[in-house]
Design a protein around this ligand. Structure first.
Ligand code: FMN
Length: 412
């Protein structure tokens, strides 16, 4: 037992050392790359998302790629999520001492080294060569200190993901089941596994219309993927007529019958009553919904349109962020959808987001390089953000937020 404890401590010390080396000044990553070049060493993975995605396209199976890359309808909204960042700009300030930058922010009782987290990705498990991408993302959190939002849809049960988070920070993303006993069981398991917030996703009680996946009849859950949190749950198991090993198809059908609750305010009040963990609502884009959530005692608002995978409504999530921030008052607002670079993160922060979620890009990094691939993606995004802040005169996030953003006017 003592041996186990000291091994655990050694691992924690190693994580802290790696974190120190990797993340001292995020922008220093470019020195490592340029000096490496003098020895003939080039980065193993591309540093920009576009090239990274192109490399991942060649590495992933067609079904997995379609599920990750695809979105709702003709994917106008998902594309707008990305291009809308070009409509916003940051005005640089000069003659400001930026030789030291502090990117840290406080969130739900923790001081994070930077305002960035891994957004929940239900098939992240499948993106790893060994099928354990949920564990890999948790390890990336341990290394970087940046939070991972672990999806309910996972290849590894929440207890194992929580253990792998170690010294990192984990939030549990809840797809609220129709069965309240099962919902409560998930919350209790998240609490017991050390997760520090419950993130309730509101926009995915059913699946949006996704032509890429529909054209190939491709839905991973129906093939039994990413259902481990259900299959290991005693409440879920009690709903089955036969053990999963004897009737896996029956277990998948039972999953289908409990998966999607169209969550309402009563459900939020109920969740509030059963846990002391901070509750975050994911998928809020309208300021009135944000105001109501704050009034209901929610601890965090998560502005996101699910990366345009769920509805092809047309508006980019970033174009709704400022109104949501205004309506949320002092309640922290998280943001994702369309983040592809450090500059994108900077703009979302300047609009008032407390922390910004990386989605698809870390799935590409994982598919190409495992845990190191995820860490690489995070380091690249943070290096660009850090250097933007250094060049543009923002020594900390508060300075960036005070500056805000301006709409870009393109000359015709
Ligand atoms: C393949 C895939 C699976 C996802 N699974 C989940 C999930 O399980 N839970 C959730 O709340 N959001 C899920 N999302 C949405 C992300 O959390 C995030 O909102 C989205 O990826 C942001 O868009 P972007 O990746 O284009 O930046 C998923 C996104 C993708 C691409």
């Amino acid at each position: 037992m003592d041996g186990l404890k000291s091994a655990e401590k050694e691992m924690a010390d190693t994580d802290a050392a790696v974190r120190e080396t990797y993340m001292a000044h995020y922008g220093d990553f470019q020195h490592e790359i340029y000096f490496g070049g003098l020895k003939g060493v080039r980065p193993k993975l591309p540093v920009d998302t576009k090239t990274l995605e192109a490399r991942a396209e060649a590495a992933m199976s067609p079904d997995l790629l379609s599920y990750i890359q695809g979105g709702c309808g003709d994917e106008f909204t998902q594309d707008r999520n990305v291009t809308a960042f070009h409509d916003w700009g940051i005005i640089p300030r000069m003659l400001v001492d930026c030789t030291k930058r502090d990117l840290s922010v406080d969130l739900f009782g923790d001081t994070l080294p930077a305002p960035v987290f891994m957004a929940p990705i239900g098939v992240i498990g499948m993106c790893a060569q060994d099928g354990h991408g949920d564990i890999a993302s948790a390890k990336a959190s341990a290394i970087t200190g940046l939070p991972v939002m672990a999806s309910t849809l996972a290849n590894d049960p929440i207890e194992e993901v929580g253990t792998a988070v170690g010294e990192g920070v984990g939030y549990f993303q809840l797809y609220t089941p129709r069965n309240r006993e099962l919902a409560e069981s998930f919350v209790r398991r998240a609490e017991a596994s050390g997760f520090k917030a419950i993130v309730v996703t509101l926009d995915t009680w059913l699946t949006g219309w996704r032509p890429r996946d529909l054209n190939t009849s491709n839905f991973p859950q129906l093939r039994g993927h990413v259902l481990q949190n259900y299959f290991t749950d005693p409440v879920f198991q009690s709903l089955l007529e036969k053990p999963i090993s004897e009737d896996p198809a029956g277990a998948i059908m039972t999953w289908g019958s409990v998966f999607g609750k169209n969550v309402d305010w009563d459900d939020i009040r109920w969740l509030r009553s059963i846990t002391k963990l901070p509750i975050v609502l994911k998928g809020i884009c309208h300021p009135d919904d944000a105001r109501k959530a704050v009034d209901e005692g929610v601890d965090g608002i998560y502005c996101s349109n699910h990366g345009g995978r769920q509805a092809n409504g047309g508006l980019a999530a970033i174009d709704m962020l400022q109104d949501v921030v205004k309506a949320s008052g002092d309640t922290p607002v998280l943001f994702d959808s369309g983040i592809r670079s450090g500059s994108d993160i900077g703009k979302a922060l300047a609009m008032g987001a407390r922390a910004v979620g990386i989605g698809r890009p870390y799935a590409y990094g994982l598919s190409l390089g495992g845990v190191d691939g995820i860490v690489h993606v995070l380091r690249c995004m943070l290096a660009e953000l850090d250097l933007l802040m250094a060049v543009d005169g923002f020594p900390d996030i508060a300075a960036l937020q005070a500056a805000g953003v301006r709409p870009v006017r393109y000359a015709k």
